[in-house]
Design a protein around this ligand. Structure first.
Ligand code: NAD
Length: 492
């Protein structure tokens, strides 16, 4: 509830002076253990390295827990457990496998608030997002694939599906539990067993999830979750037992994995970075578009592979859009991610904060014009104010490189052809947005834009039934939908 009114309410309307909100901290307990071991063959097992890394909360830079660092021998033990579990798991009738997936989905729903608080503390995203997006979507992926488990015969007409074997999966830190769900649910539905590694800065919800698998009664070895950094990830993706590797993360690491797997015959899907164009035409409903622009770039602090980080605005409305956008940004509440009123939370790690700062500095050095939210940031923790750059040219680093932070670059165009050319003038091809009143233009652009997903008059909408994935340096393979399911099966 508002506690302080602005001195002059008329100014609020004209200039966007802020109402101040009372703190509304989320109070549910996240039940975070002081230390997490590796989850191998259904048991929590200390790492052979005897080493742990500190899991730091970006909210206030405090230590939340300790996460085991798995070495090659641990990874090997995880693959052995997964290989041993494969014959029985893959031979179960689909309806039986589905029961486990339904149980996991329901358990996630039951414990949604606890998991949401843990996700927010560990990763820095606003509790509003982990509560209303990450947790419901993670459960939805398990529900969706539970439904597929006994209907695999209908996934590819005239063909049957067989599992691949043991799958190695590595995920990033921006949607830790949701990426885990995207990876595990289709793999398990198809009858594969899994070795999964979460990102080193956000392993807590994956380890809480491992404990939940015990409650669901999942047979030991079907899912093994091991933690650690890049070396552990390398051991997971190069292990000879892996029949398939599924990786979500940066393009640089994705390329290294592709090189390492070349010639091995292993299946590979790569979900990598992006630099999406969000295109606004002069006939678009502008207020709605401004909301969409804000959602596209500031959702999850911009730590979103498909973030609309390049705004392409038709020249005739550019001044209007910029003015409305700045006004809207003044109302974003930036700060404590545990506060239910927070719109933009903490940057995931100090390393990511430094990367954002360096790219923003490059924008200034290269002559772009900066505007930042007048937000007072918490004194502890890792925070960066929502930022926009105007006067941006296509050659500047801020227009070409993935910033993975709350930073928007605004460019202009005159004709639809110029918009498409600029949108496609990037190494990436994950997503795009189109804002216009014309249905025919939406259809034309969605076929001309080289992006795996094109949203029209909306942005960042996800559904387990809808395939997601990229072109070019954004990777290959799809997650979600029937296409995503088929990535985890062979056709026989
Ligand atoms: P990252 O590539 O640094 O790390 C991702 C994961 O790979 C982590 O678990 C890390 O420990 C592991 N890893 C690091 N080096 C490895 C190696 N040599 N071999 C195997 N594994 C290794 O990426 P990040 O910084 O965690 O995540 C951000 C990136 O992920 C962004 O580029 C973002 O666009 C991308 N992403 C893509 C999607 C998508 O669906 N396309 C979704 C989310 C994030």
């Amino acid at each position: 509830m508002a506690s302080k009114k602005p001195a002059n309410p008329a100014r609020e309307l004209l200039f966007g002076d802020l109402w101040e909100f009372d703190p509304a901290p989320e109070s549910a307990s996240p039940h975070i253990a002081p230390r997490y071991d590796l989850f191998i063959n259904g048991k929590f097992t200390p790492p052979r390295s005897k080493k742990y890394l500190a899991s730091i909360s970006p909210r206030d830079a405090s230590k939340l827990s300790e996460i085991a660092i798995a070495n090659a021998a641990d990874v090997d033990a995880a693959y052995k457990a997964a290989a041993a579990a494969f014959p029985k798991w893959s031979a179960l009738p689909g309806a039986e496998r589905g029961k486990y997936l339904f149980r996991i989905a329901r358990l996630l729903q039951d414990r949604a608030r606890e998991f949401a608080v843990a996700e927010t503390l560990d990763g820095g995203k606003p509790i509003r997002e982990s509560r209303d997006f990450d947790l419901p979507m993670a459960a939805a992926h398990f529900f969706h694939h539970a439904g597929w488990a006994d209907k695999l015969a209908y996934a590819a007409p005239g063909r049957s599906l067989a599992p691949l074997g043991v799958v190695g999966q590595v995920i990033p830190w921006n949607f830790p539990l949701l990426m885990l769900a995207w990876k595990l649910a289709p793999a398990l539905a198809c009858g594969n067993t899994v070795v999964l590694k979460p990102a080193e800065t956000t392993s807590i919800t994956a380890m809480k999830f491992a404990a939940l698998l015990g409650e669901a009664g999942l047979p030991p070895g079907v899912v093994n979750i091991i933690t650690g950094g890049g070396d552990t990830g390398h051991a997971v993706v190069t292990h000879p037992t892996a029949a398939k590797v599924a990786f979500t993360g940066s393009t640089a690491v994705g390329k290294a994995i592709q090189r390492a797997l070349a010639g091995t015959g292993k299946r590979l899907t790569l979900e990598l970075g992006g630099k999406a164009a969000n295109i606004v035409f002069e006939d678009a409903p502008l207020d709605q578009a401004v909301e969409g622009i804000v959602n596209a770039i500031f959702f999850n602090q911009g730590h979103v592979c498909c973030a609309g980080s390049r705004l392409l605005v038709q020249e005739s409305i550019a001044d209007d859009v910029l003015r409305k956008l700045k006004l809207r940004m003044r109302h974003l509440r930036v700060g404590d991610p545990l506060d239910k009123n927070t719109d933009v939370g903490a940057i995931n790690s100090m390393a990511q904060l430094e990367r954002i700062r360096a790219l923003v500095q490059s924008g200034l050095d290269e002559g772009a014009e900066l505007y930042q939210c007048p937000a007072s940031l918490p004194s502890k923790g890792f925070y960066f104010p929502p930022t926009l750059f105007s006067n941006v040219t296509m050659s500047q680093r801020i227009a070409r490189e993935e910033i993975f932070g709350p930073v928007l670059s605004i460019l202009t165009f005159r004709t639809p052809d110029e918009a498409v050319e600029k949108a496609n003038n990037t190494d990436y091809g994950l997503s795009a947005g189109v804002w216009t009143d014309k249905g025919s233009r939406i259809l034309k652009l969605s076929s001309e834009l080289r992006a795996g997903v094109v949203w029209a008059n909306t942005y960042n909408k996800f559904d387990p039934t809808s395939p997601f994935g990229g072109y070019k340096h954004s990777g290959f393979g799809r997650e979600g939908g029937r296409q995503g399911l088929l990535e985890y099966a062979q056709l026989v």
